[in-house]
Design a protein around this ligand. Structure first.
Ligand code: SF4
Length: 168
């Protein structure tokens, strides 16, 4: 017969306690500052945040980073975490559901960073600016450093904007 040892209380407390690194309820009350003083020549790592897009912009971003347009040729890459990024590539007008996650992603992106607004919705609210589920325009939360207009923008326009940062 096997005997079952009880786990130490400290381990049980760790397993069932909430994470202490970030809060999960509600957005932080402050706007994180941003600056364009980061040197991105030759290498640009971006975390994409869909703040409430219709997914049209995502199709064009996927194409811009895919094998046909291949943004990586010009030093631009998408990364999995804002903590590993030089900045954020943001699509969509900011919906109520995505306001908090967007502000937390901004806070998690190391400073100095670059904010790229991709598509009319991110640039000026676009066709969904006055929709009931919209919390705010992007530029009321953070001032974009680069604006890519279009609904959706063509992959060439996305590449052109990213090349203006990588200078390749
Ligand atoms: S800019 Fe156009 S394609 Fe992009 S999220 Fe807005 S409506 Fe969709």
């Amino acid at each position: 017969m096997t005997s079952h040892k009880r786990a130490p209380r400290s381990i049980v407390r760790t397993i069932f306690s909430r994470p202490v690194t970030e809060t999960t309820s509600g957005p932080p009350p402050v706007k994180p500052p941003t600056t364009t003083s980061v040197d991105l020549r030759g290498s640009l790592q971006l975390r994409h945040v869909d703040a409430g897009s219709c997914n049209g912009c995502e199709l064009e971003i996927a194409s811009a980073f895919g094998p046909t347009y291949d943004a990586a040729r010009f030093g631009a890459r998408l990364v999995a975490s804002p903590r590993h990024a030089d900045g954020l590539l943001i699509t969509g007008v900011v919906t109520r559901n995505m306001y908090g996650p967007l502000v937390r992603a901004l806070a998690a992106t190391p400073q100095p960073n670059v904010i790229v607004a991709c598509g009319d919705c991110a640039v000026n609210g676009g066709m969904f600016a006055s929709a009931y589920g919209v919390a705010s325009r992007l530029d009321e939360i953070v001032e974009p450093d680069v604006r890519i207009e279009g609904c959706p923008p063509h992959p060439n326009e996305i590449i052109h904007a990213l090349r203006s940062l990588t200078e390749l």
